[in-house]
Structures are given as C-alpha cells and as structure tokens.
Design a protein around this ligand. Structure first.
Ligand SMILES: *[C@@H]1O[C@H](CO)[C@@H](O)[C@H](O)[C@H]1NC(C)=O
Ligand SMILES: *[C@@H]1O[C@H](CO)[C@@H](O)[C@H](O)[C@H]1NC(C)=O
Ligand SMILES: *[C@@H]1O[C@H](CO)[C@@H](O)[C@H](O)[C@H]1NC(C)=O
Length: 799
C-alpha cells in the first residue's frame, strides 16, 4: 500500500511540472478529511475560479488524475469538487504528511488547466498496533538493575497526533518503561528490581501503546518475560551430617546411606552430581558414592578393628561447578569376627622334674581385637594335667604346676590352651604348649632280681662269663646310665677282684681265674650298680657264686703209703681165719659227691681168692683160712676208683707177710725188691745205711720220750684199724649223704700225705669251714705224723 502511494505521488509531481512549463497554472488548494463520505463537497471550483457555472458542462470540465482511482470529481452542475470515492490517507500517503493529491482541472474551449492540490487530512482511524501479539523476552536472572530491553514499538499508521503518543506497561514490580524524547517511536523496558528465577521465573506484562487521537486509540502486546537461570544456587544437602551405623564385614555393595542435595537452579545448573572429597588413606577404597544418586555404598572391607568409624566428606556439585558439602559419619559396629589370639610370652621348657607345685612355667597373653563382649576372653587348659591356668593381670594368664612332676612317669605334657571370647557365637582358638620334663637323678638303679646266683664248674677258663646282672635306672641319659662294679671285699683274704671281674657297661661277670671246688665251694660278692648322675645313686645286690665240683682229683691213697715207700708190709698171722681183717686201704678223694665215692678193687694178687677187699670200705679180709701151703709173701694190687664221669683211679700195692715171727722178715727184702732192678736196690741200700746212722741218734731221743709214754707194742698190727679210727673223722657218716668225707677233711688228708706244715697252713688259712676244726685237726695230724714216723722206724729196725 505504501509503495502504491508513493508511485502515485511521483506521477502527480511530474505531471505538475509539465503543465507548469507548457501552460502555467492556477493552483487551487483544497483539503478534505480522509474517509469522507461520497459526494462530500470539497470546494467550489466555480467560485474559486470564477467560472460560469452553465458553461462548465459545455466546456467539458473535468478533473483528471493520473491514476486509476478518481477520488474526486467535478459536479458540473454545481461546480463543486466532490468526493467520488473513499479516500484513505494511509493508503495514499502512508506516513507522509501532509498528504496532498494533485489533480488537473481541465476546461476546453478554451482549453484551460488548473492544478488542484487536495490535501487529505488525517483522522484517527487507526489504532496503534504491534507486530506480534506477544513478545517473548528472556532475561537472565542476574541482569543488573537498570538494564534496558528494547521491545518492538507499536505502529499507528495515522500521522501526527494520531500516531502513537504513549506507552503504558502493566503494573509489575520489576520493570518500568523508559520512553525517550521522541515519544512513541521507541520504548525500552528497564529492569527496576533484580530478578530471581527461583522465585519467579516468568512474567507476563502488557504493553499498551496509546495514540493522541481523540478519542485516543490504543493497541497492546503481551510481553512474556522468561527469567533465564544462572547458576546462582549451590546444591544444598538435606542434612549437613549423616550418621550411619554399619556392621563390619558388610559385603561390598551394601548401601550405607543415600545423601541428597538439591539445587534450585534448573537444567545443568541444577543437576547435582556427588563426589567424595578428601578421601583419607584410612578411608580409601572402602566407600564409593554413586555420582548421580548420591548413594554411598561399601566398596572394600570394613573392619571395626582397624577403625571404628569413618568420616566421609561428600561434595555435591552442580553443572556450573557450584558445590555443597556434607559429612557422612559411618560408625562401624563390631561383629565377633576375630578369634582370640594366644601369645606365649614366656615358657619354661624343659620344666625341671623337681619343680615344686606352684612353679610358674608359662605366661600367656590373650588378645581379641573385637570390642566389648566380643573381646572378653576366657582361657582354659585341658584336664588331666598337673597344671593350672590363672588369670593374673588383665588378659595375662600364668600356667603353673599344681602337683609334683615325675619325668619317669610322664616325660612330656602337651597343654592345650583354649581361649574363647564372649561373642555370639563365640570364637575360640587353641595353642598347644609342649613341656618336656627335665630329668633329675631321682631314681637309683634297680636290679632286676633281689639276688643272683651263679653256678660255675671248677676249672673254668679264666675270662669265661659267670653270670650277668642287670639294673635298670629310669632316669634320663647319664642319670639313667648304669655302671657296674664289684664292691671291694675279700674272699679268703684275697681281694675279690682277683677272682671275678665285671664289665662295667654290660654287667657281665667274668671269672678271672679258674676256681677250685676243693679250695672253696662258694662265695658272695656285692655288685654295685651306680648311675652317672651327680651325685650318683647306687644300689647293690649280692651275687652268690657256687662252684660246682668236677672230677679233677683222683683218689689218694693214704694207707698204705704210695709206691716208693714200699717198706710197709702187713703181717698176717698164720692162724688168721676166714673173714678176719687183714689190712685196710685208706683212700680219700678231694672231690665231692659221686666224684669222691670211692670203690676198691683187687686188680692183681699173688693168690687170687685168698684175700678180698670191701668194695667201699677198703678192708682187706682173708677169704678163707690161711693154710700152711699158702705162700708167705702175698702181694695185692688194689685199684681205688672214684665214681666221677669219667672216673679216676689210683692203684696201690699192699704187701702181706703171712708169718707170726718178725725173724722171718729178711726175706722181706727180696719180696720188696723182687721186681726192682739190682742197681736201684744197691742205691737204696746205700741210702738206707747212711740214713740209718741218722735215725739211730733219733731213736735214742724217741726211746727217751717213750719212757714217759704208755707203750703200744701192738701198734703195728692194730695199725690199720687204729689209724683208720684216727683218720676217719667223727662226722664221717653225715657227709652229704654220700658217705664221703667232707672236703675239709679231704683237704686235710690230702695235704698231710703229700706235704708238710707249710701246705697245711695254706689249707687252713683258705677255708673258713676248717676254722672250727683247727683246734682238733693239727693234733690228729701230729698223731698221724707220729704214726708215720713209727712205721718208718719199725721198717728201719726191720732192715
Ligand atoms: C605332643 O604333641 C606332639 C606334636 O603333636 C606329639 O608328637 C607328641 O606325641 C605329643 N605328646 C604327648 C605326650 O601327647
Ligand atoms: C641329671 O640330673 C641332674 C640333677 O640330679 C640334672 O641337673 C641333670 O640335668 C640331669 N641330666 C640329664 C641328662 O637330664
Ligand atoms: C647295699 O645296699 C644296702 C641296702 O640295700 C645298703 O644298706 C648298703 O649300705 C649298701 N652297701 C653299699 C656298700 O652300698
């Protein structure tokens, strides 16, 4: 519409100048209000131009207008210029003022041309209007007061006073209008009070533009003000401290607490994310927080024993980086998850066997890392031990003995210490303390037997073992190591060590030298077993050594004296009758028992059948009456045999002379030497002659002694009987039931036959059993010596 208006204007202007140049003109000005109704008379041309009214028609008066529209015309009848159609100033001129339309008034005949300027006057026919119905305005909430916001101005196509003259803003707290000098053209909204989106985020204001018409017209627009958010609010937690109690050992993922912070801002500014701040080394790895939800969860192991509480600092941050903080206090409550720990603080090991009851042997410390009842620990030990566990100081226990210990009974104790806490369920742990009982030398060696007897056959080999003793000592090592020894003593005046020796380690007793039953039959020795302790303990035992006999002695002929001294001849009276005792062979055997059981036999005789010998008595008797025909000289060879295995025997010769008269004796010489060679005989004669001279002097002494004595003229004949009576001891019959002489007497006899006083003394000093007989035996021996001497004298006399 504006463009159309200006196009028309230019057409009019060009026309005007053409006309002016060619013709000249008379200007007539008229004014008419726009929107005047049709046929409204604008002016009278006829009057103004002094035209003849009646000629107008003929002169073809007309108004010409360069354009399609006519707007006005000439009423040829009245000569008036009238409105032909609606004139809208705003259409024709827009906002230009004044708005003048140019017409040409043409008259013909003569041609006349007048310019008519028609001013279209404005009326207030338009209200102010805004381009849009509403205006959206975004204002940041932190916009400083005084800030201006230009809003689209209102437009009123009317001009002049009819255009926008004033703006009015609806009532509000925050904004005012600032109208500038050129009122109506521009308008600013000024922020009077600061905004807060969080309080009110949207305002709706009405801006009204008012024109100056009468009546004024107005147009309004709604200004919607959106307060844009700025991050002017920090997140705020619902609580500044969150307190939580959790059990220790809560599994990872367990929710502890959910913190929540709110931020009044919107959008990113109000979007809160959660972080943990200043995570200490203690807390590290134990908790995590969900970035978005603020849920604090357990991440790692919670251990009351390490820390009973944790303090977390949680930060909430909005998108603009504003932050708020809170604390989360997590208290860890104890769970009985720790068994008591037994710590042996000190231990006496080994414990001495003689430790008195009450001796402290161990100190135990018990710890439980839990808290409260869970850490209250009770301690006990297994039963059946001689120990007692006592609580001394808090959590310290002492183990002490309550009874005497005996290593030999129990050498090692395993004490199981059980510690139990007071939790529910309770936990316990055990420790085994091993105590060795150390030895003291409190047991003497003990022999396995009360006494020992050893039987040794005489003539044993030196070094052969006799018997073995064993002693046990229950103690340990050297305290229980037994050494054997012989207690020094004497056997028959000789140190026992010369008879026996003992192996100190094994207790085997050896003979040092051969024993002779005929010397002594038994002896006792004390064996001492001593341990190696300090001081040592010992005990002793008696070992009786019995020497058993062996047939090692052949019978000894006591009468008649053995070969070499064969001067002894028994006189047998010619009148001897059968059964009469002629002589007696006396033999002894140093052995005993069967070994000394002697039997006599005639192995050879001049006249077998004349004499017989008693098998055990040795008595030689005439078997029949002696007759004249019998040879005068009778020789018997007697064998004496003991009963040993094997048996030993001795032989002897008995010379019998059947005669009543000693005068017949010279033949005796022949008789005695008939079996010797003549050389030996001559030596003997020489010897006898020389000895005879010695004996002659001796005889004188003897004869002198005999005067004082009772003469026994028939000694020679009764000799066998008398001597046998003297030799056979009074207790002959009671010898061991064997009928043999007791060894003591055997010894006596044996010694006296072969040797003299020195040997005799040896025997007496050797055998205790002989002591009681000492007083009698020597006398008998003397008697025997006398007898022998007498016999010899007789022989000498005979020769
Ligand atoms: C003590 O314990 C040890 C080791 O377990 C074992 O060898 C020993 O035989 C135990 N002693 C006793 C007396 O139970
Ligand atoms: C033997 O006993 C003594 C105390 O009588 C003691 O001191 C010693 O340690 C013991 N020896 C051993 C090997 O046990
Ligand atoms: C041998 O043992 C007895 C007790 O059995 C004792 O009285 C005696 O003194 C001991 N002898 C020695 C030499 O030890």
């Amino acid at each position: 519409m504006g463009e159309a208006v200006s196009g028309v204007k230019w057409q009019l202007l060009s026309l005007f100048y053409l006309t002016l140049i060619r013709i000249g003109y008379t200007d007539i000005r008229y004014a008419v209000q726009e929107e005047t109704k049709k046929n409204h008379i604008i002016g009278s041309l006829s009057k103004d131009l002094n035209l003849e009214l009646n000629r107008l028609k003929t002169r073809n008066a007309r108004v010409e207008y360069q354009g399609e529209r006519r707007y006005c015309g000439v009423d040829v009848n009245t000569g008036n210029v009238i409105v032909l159609e609606r004139v809208d100033r705003e259409v024709i001129c827009g906002t230009n003022a004044p708005c003048i339309l140019h017409f040409e008034f043409i008259l013909e005949n003569p041609l006349e041309l007048h310019n008519i300027a028609l001013e279209i006057q404005d009326i207030n026919d338009n209200a102010p209007g805004f381009p849009k119905d509403s205006i959206k305005l975004e204002i940041s909430e932190n916009e400083p007061t005084g800030s201006r916001f230009q809003v689209a101005r209102a437009r009123d196509v009317d001009v002049g006073i009819n255009s926008v003259q004033n703006y009015v803003l609806s009532q509000n707290e925050h904004f005012v209008l600032d109208q500038r000098a050129d009122k109506g053209r521009y308008v600013d909204i000024v922020l009077k009070h600061s905004l807060d989106r969080e309080r009110e985020g949207e305002y709706s204001l009405e801006l009204t533009a008012v024109d100056g018409g009468n009546p004024p017209q107005s147009g309004s627009v709604v200004i919607q003000i959106f307060v844009t958010d700025i991050n002017d609010n920090s997140p705020v937690f619902s609580q500044s401290i969150y307190r939580v109690v959790m059990f220790e050992n809560s599994p990872p993922g367990t929710s502890a607490v959910r913190v929540s912070a709110s931020d009044l801002d919107i959008g990113a500014n109000g979007k809160v994310t959660y972080y943990m701040n200043h995570v200490s080394a203690k807390t590290e790895g134990l908790f995590e927080i969900d970035l978005n939800t603020g849920e604090v969860k357990v991440l790692g192991p919670l251990d009351h024993e390490k820390s009973s509480s944790y303090e977390l600092e949680v930060q909430a941050e909005d998108g603009g980086g504003q932050a708020g903080h809170c604390k989360v206090l997590v208290e860890i409550s104890d769970v009985n998850d720790n068994a008591p720990v037994i710590i042996v603080k000190s231990l006496v090991n080994p414990v001495s066997e003689n430790a008195p009851p009450g001796t402290e042997i161990a100190v135990i410390n018990v710890k439980d890392q839990d808290a409260g009842e869970n850490s209250r620990v009770k301690c006990s030990i297994n039963e059946n031990t001689p120990f007692k566990l006592q609580s001394s100081i808090k959590n310290y226990f002492t183990l002490s003995t309550i009874a005497a210990l005996d290593r030999e009974h129990i050498a090692e104790y395993n004490v199981t210490v059980t510690a139990t806490d007071g939790g529910l369920p309770s936990l316990s742990s055990t420790a085994v303390l091993t105590f060795q009982i150390s030895d003291i030398n409190d047991n003497p060696p003990v022999f396995e037997e009360q006494s020992y007897s050893a039987y040794v056959t005489e003539n044993n080999k030196p070094g052969s073992s006799v018997c073995s003793v064993t002693a046990r000592d229950l103690d340990w090592r050297q305290n229980g190591t037994v050494f054997y020894s012989l207690l020094p003593s004497e056997v028959n005046g000789v140190p026992v060590s010369s008879y026996l020796s003992i192996n100190g380690d094994t207790g085997v007793i050896h003979a040092v030298r051969p024993f002779d039953y005929e010397q002594f039959r038994s002896f006792k020795v004390q064996v001492v077993a001593r341990d190696n302790g300090s001081p040592p303990l010992s005990s002793n035992v008696t070992v009786s050594v019995f020497i058993t006999d062996e047939n090692d002695n052949s019978p000894q002929i006591l009468y008649p004296t053995p070969e070499g001294n064969s001067f002894m001849t028994e006189m047998v009276p010619k009148a001897a009758l059968s059964g009469s005792l002629v002589s007696k062979v006396i033999a002894v055997d140093a052995d005993s028992g069967q070994n000394a059981w002697l039997s006599y036999q005639i192995v050879k005789s001049t006249d077998p059948g004349l004499f017989t010998i008693g098998l055990h008595s040795g008595e030689i008797r005439a078997q029949r009456d002696i007759s004249e025909s019998d040879s005068m000289k009778q020789n018997l060879v007697i064998s004496v045999k003991d009963n040993g295995q094997p048996s030993l025997s001795t032989t002897c010769a008995v010379y019998l002379l059947i005669s009543d008269n000693l005068a017949e004796v010279p033949e005796l010489k022949d008789m005695s030497y008939e079996e010797s060679n003549s050389k030996l005989t001559s030596y003997l004669i020489i010897a006898l002659v020389s000895v005879s001279t010695f004996f002659i002097t001796f005889i004188i002494v003897i004869v002198a002694l005999r005067i004082c004595r009772r003469r026994k003229p028939r000694l020679l004949f009764d000799g066998a009987v008398a001597i046998s009576g003297a030799y056979l001891p009074p207790n002959y019959a009671d010898v061991d039931g064997t009928g043999t002489l007791r060894s003591a007497y055997n010894y006596d006899a044996y010694m006296t036959t072969g040797s003299r006083t020195s040997d005799f003394k040896f025997v007496t000093s050797y055998n205790d059993n002989t002591l009681s007989l000492d007083s009698t035996l020597p006398k008998r021996n003397m008697d025997f010596s006398d007898g022998t001497s007498l016999l010899k004298i007789e022989s000498t006399e005979v020769s």
